[in-house]
Design a binder for this molecule. Structure first.
Ligand SMILES: *Cc1c(COP(=O)(O)O)cnc(C)c1O
Length: 225
């Protein structure tokens, strides 16, 4: 009951253009089903094995988003069904996603993760690495043997520093929005930035005010982990 209530309350606060990813990592299928029965169809997980188990057990009209760091050797387990991979931060990973997507006759949507926090531990590309990646994608789009035709880059993802300092978080979100806007005009069949994934339970309102179009909310829906 509480899960359904939390969902309704959060959804009532989201502008129309903002997509809600219900982050269900570590939570049992019963909890996810409660959200499902309240209408939620997009779930985010950060471990491929756990996500795959839940995908097997749950209705097939769910969109599964991988929001965690992805190991290349595990991409094959989610390639048959994953809807969006948020944390792509290397060409090697992108190539593996492309390869596994091809094996499954699919095109898999991805977000490039950009490093915006001050902490050392967060994954992601810096601005220069992002430009290099986008250039590689442009090269692929222009070449005759399109090497990356089973992936589609649909946007960017970022995580702010884990801090109580709202000014700092706002600065980081605005920085990501600026980077996003800079590359928004890119428009090839396999790269078009429409989605900006930023904001979690503690900072999603701020993220939305800074231009987020996709929020990843866990504990405010399902309770603390
Ligand atoms: C766990 C997680 C979230 C959700 O965090 P909450 O604070 O529970 O809302 C969002 N994004 C990523 C990448 C996560 O790993």
């Amino acid at each position: 009951m509480l899960i359904a209530q939390n969902l309704t309350e959060i959804k009532s606060q989201l502008p129309k253009q903002v997509t809600l990813v219900a982050v269900s990592k570590t939570k049992p299928v019963a909890d996810l089903m409660e959200a499902y029965n309240a209408g939620q169809r997009i779930f985010g997980e950060n471990k491929i094995q756990e996500m795959t188990d839940k995908w097997e057990d749950m209705p097939k009209d769910i969109e599964w988003h991988m929001i965690g760091h992805v190991q290349t050797n595990k991409v094959k387990y989610m390639a048959p069904y994953v809807s969006l991979i948020h944390g792509v931060d290397s060409l090697k990973l992108l190539q593996e996603i492309n390869k596994q997507a091809a094996k499954n006759n699919r095109v898999i949507d991805c977000l490039l993760q950009v490093y915006i926090a001050e902490e050392e531990s967060k994954f992601g590309l810096d601005e220069q690495e992002l430009e290099e990646m986008l250039n590689k994608l442009l090269d692929s789009a222009r070449s005759d043997n399109k090497t990356l035709k089973n992936i589609r880059i649909v946007g960017l993802m970022g995580m702010a520093t884990f801090t109580e300092n709202k000014d700092q978080i706002e600065k980081e979100f605005k920085h990501l929005k600026t980077i996003f806007d800079k590359h928004k005009t890119l428009n090839t069949e396999h790269c078009q930035l429409n989605t900006l994934s930023m904001g979690m339970s503690g900072d999603y309102q701020l993220a939305i005010s800074c231009g987020s179009t996709m929020v990843r909310i866990g504990s405010s829906i399902f309770g603390s982990r």
